[in-house]
Design a protein around this ligand. Structure first.
Ligand code: GUN
Length: 292
């Protein structure tokens, strides 16, 4: 059994990005610039955004963090998005989700210029992904593809079960796993209303768990020799930890891992790769490699 080291893989990719940025600047190009909008003080979002800013430094990018209180109105936030759309120094930007309830997330996502949408959430990027055109690919699915490639895990023709149908992970993951030049796999998506979910999982060569239910995938759902990718990052109260919580994956690691050929841990598996993929997208945005 191999434990997939997302932290190490991400570190290697970020070093490679930093070299490319050096070359870009040496050749007279502009330093890639990622901006992030953070609304409110959600603990998880604060951590994610801080890690994104840190990763920008490691890659040699410029970064700008724009913070707003959760009293910001939808129109004010739309105006901030438009400012970033029009700022020629900003190559790409993200609006950290979730947003406060009085703001329509989809409206904000659709207001982002798709050519700067390094999260890959805009319908133009989502649609282009679906038909195999160059686009910004959503960071978590892209990170998982990078991990599978890095560990030379065969996917072509394999049966891949994805647990979860979210716009951010499940759906784009399915697109990538089915496409010929990415996963080239036979893909099944299971969700909260799927019948025979356990049986589907037991037949899978690759399980990608992204349902946000701690320890949902148990040993009786996993075929010996399967590859298990755990996208879950639920905060579970734990008084023995300094912060009073620990991160729990969607997989019961202790009982599932002995069965697997490969498995990602939580933390240190998919998480670091998600941020790394955002860096890849930012480099592509800076190089104008996807859209001019
Ligand atoms: N919230 C959880 N994951 C993400 C992400 O990948 N991008 C943004 N913008 N918000 C998130």
């Amino acid at each position: 059994m191999t434990i997939i080291d997302g932290k190490q893989t991400a570190a290697e990719i970020k070093i490679d990005i930093a070299h490319q940025v050096e070359q870009l600047i040496k050749a007279g190009g502009k330093q890639p610039h990622l901006a992030a909008i953070l609304v409110g003080h959600d603990g998880g979002s604060e951590t994610y955004v801080a890690n994104k800013v840190k990763a920008c430094k490691e890659c040699g990018f410029k970064s700008t963090l724009l913070r707003f209180e959760d009293t910001i109105t939808e129109q004010e936030l739309l105006d901030e998005v438009e400012k970033l759309n029009l700022n020629p120094d900003v190559d790409g930007f993200i609006v950290q989700l979730p947003l406060p309830k009085h703001i329509d997330e989809q409206k904000i996502i659709e207001a982002i210029d798709y050519r700067k949408d390094v999260d890959g959430f805009h319908p133009i990027n989502v649609g282009r992904l679906a038909i195999g055109l160059p686009c910004f690919i959503s960071a978590t699915p892209r990170g998982i593809i990078e991990l599978l490639r890095h560990y030379n895990i065969p996917t072509s023709g394999k049966k891949c079960v994805i647990l979860g149908r979210s716009n951010i992970v499940g759906k784009p993951m399915a697109q990538l796993m089915m496409q010929k030049n990415y996963g080239d796999a036979t893909v099944t998506i299971c969700h909260s209303h799927s019948q025979n979910l356990k049986e589907e999982c037991r037949r899978a060569d690759i399980i990608i768990a992204a349902i946000g239910q701690p320890e949902f995938v148990t040993a009786d759902m996993v075929k010996p020799g399967a590859v298990v990718i755990d996208v879950g990052t639920t905060r579970v109260p734990d008084n023995s930890r300094p912060k009073g919580f620990r991160l729990s994956g969607d997989v019961k690691f202790d009982e599932v891992s002995p069965l697997c050929s490969h498995i990602t841990p939580v933390p240190g598996g998919v998480g670091p790769m998600t941020i790394c993929s955002l860096m890849i997208n930012t480099l592509l945005a800076g190089q104008k490699k996807i859209y001019n």
